[in-house]
Design a protein around this ligand. Sequence first.
Ligand code: FAD
Length: 275
Amino acid sequence: MAQPNFSIEFFPPKTADGVEKLRATRGRLAALNPAYFSVTFGAGGTTQKGTLDTVLEMRAEGLAAAPHLSCIGGDEPSIREILQQYQANDIRKLVALRGDMPSGYGLGGSFRYASELVEFIRKETGDWFWIDVAAYPEMHPQARSPQDDLQNFARKIQAGANAAITQYFYNADAYFQFIEAAAKIGIHTPIVPGIMPITNFTQLMRFSDMCGAEIPRWIRLKLASYGDDSASIKAFGLDVVSKLCEQLLAGGAPGLHFYSMNQSEPVTQIWQRLV
Ligand SMILES: Cc1cc2nc3c(=O)[nH]c(=O)nc-3n(C[C@H](O)[C@H](O)[C@H](O)COP(=O)(O)OP(=O)(O)OC[C@H]3O[C@@H](n4cnc5c(N)ncnc54)[C@H](O)[C@@H]3O)c2cc1C
């Protein structure tokens, strides 16, 4: 069996202190030898320059780094300019997303869906980029139904995406069912599970409410029962997420993509249990 690809996601820091911290974090995570790092891209102009700056700094350090690119609120000239910047810097891989507008912003822009962005990237740059897109084993929160969401996912593959990374989830069955449903409609591109370490209950509940990821009742209750006992939350989270990763890899997942939240320790601890 091919060696699974492990990758790690960062967000671009907003402060000088955050930049320094990320340097230290990625130094530690680079020792794990991931296939690549990816760097998120904020909608509405929040962290867009930070994405390229972070990717370039990492590449200068000899690390494989891929930018995300989200299209909501953007127009063709602005996305074209970003693609040209990426090409000029010999970036060959990106993660193409619709993005979410910060509250208070209207939708606007030339792109409604990530499939339109993928189409535009292919039209503008041919096969220059390897394009990853997002997939939702538990359904994107704005989709009308799981079937609709799967069809919309298929549009992104048909538009030219090479592979996908999922939203995080804690039910392995949701992932395997999604892979099966995708295969049934002819999608055999790699779909890599996104993995969110569990370290902070309040933060996890907040993110999960926003992105539609389900925290199974037994996990929620257990985490809530620890109250402020952060060490127990982390130890339990490490067990749960490591077992999830083992299950996913044993079931044939082509790799794992870790949402690091710019922290090295949770990813390192899970990783060490897997290798
Ligand atoms: C791996 C990963 C990385 C991410 N990185 C970032 C990032 O860097 N920056 C950021 O801002 N956000 C990021 N996100 C969050 C993402 O932008 C949001 O989840 C967003 O709400 C949807 O993006 P998408 O690319 O999946 O959108 P889409 O694939 O466009 O789907 C969005 C919704 O529209 C529906 N839809 C799609 N096409 C159609 C159609 N033709 N007709 C009707 N409905 C349709 C879908 O079913 C879905 O409900 C990331 C998510 C993941 C999973």
